[in-house]
Write a new protein. Structure first.
Length: 185
């Protein structure tokens, strides 16, 4: 009986060690997607470096380093500089994380679910196609319920994806990246 009990402890410890090893995150490119609602999602790309335990957000041609990455057991926490927000996720496997982005500026309970998958090559669905017909300078109206704001959209086709920004009276929207599908951008 004593030997069976000892054997069970050894098997349990061995399986715990192999599970922990499997949950080490893989270095590489990760496609991350915020689930905004049942129909809409916001995809973006990150690069995770296991050696430096750091993440770089990829935003078109912009690179934003995130050095405050903490991994404890199977939980990863990434704090965003300047913004009062962070990502908290459960490491499901070395190639998959699921969790929430917490925006504390919008309240302590404000969160958006996300999923992140390693080595997913494309940020956008392959069914979408790019088109040069959106390149150039465009007059744009942001139509909110209360008001309408004018802006200038600047877009260019870069290696199969659309890059650009919106210029407003108060500044610009920084680097944007997307695709076109038919008559939609």
């Amino acid at each position: 009986m004593k030997n069976i009990f000892l054997l069970l402890i050894i098997l349990t410890l061995n399986s715990s060690i192999s599970i922990a090893k499997d949950k080490n995150l893989k270095s590489g490119t990760w496609r991350t997607e915020f689930k905004l609602n049942n129909k809409a999602s916001l995809p973006f790309t990150i690069e995770y470096n296991k050696k430096t335990n750091s993440i770089v957000l990829i935003n078109a041609s912009e690179r934003i380093p995130l050095k405050n990455v903490q991994i404890k057991n199977d939980i990863i926490t990434v704090k965003f500089p300047i913004f009062n927000s962070e990502i908290k996720g459960k490491i499901m496997s070395k190639k998959r994380i699921e969790g929430f982005w917490h925006n504390y500026s919008r309240g302590k309970d404000y969160k958006i679910p996300f999923i992140s998958i390693c080595n997913s090559k494309s940020r956008f669905d392959k069914a979408q196609t790019n088109s040069a017909k959106f390149e150039g300078k465009w007059e744009v109206t942001f139509d909110y319920n209360e008001s309408k704001d004018k802006a200038i959209g600047l877009f260019e086709n870069v290696k199969g994806s659309m890059h650009g920004t919106f210029l407003t009276e108060t500044g610009d929207y920084r680097f944007l990246e997307g695709v076109s599908n038919g008559n939609s951008l």
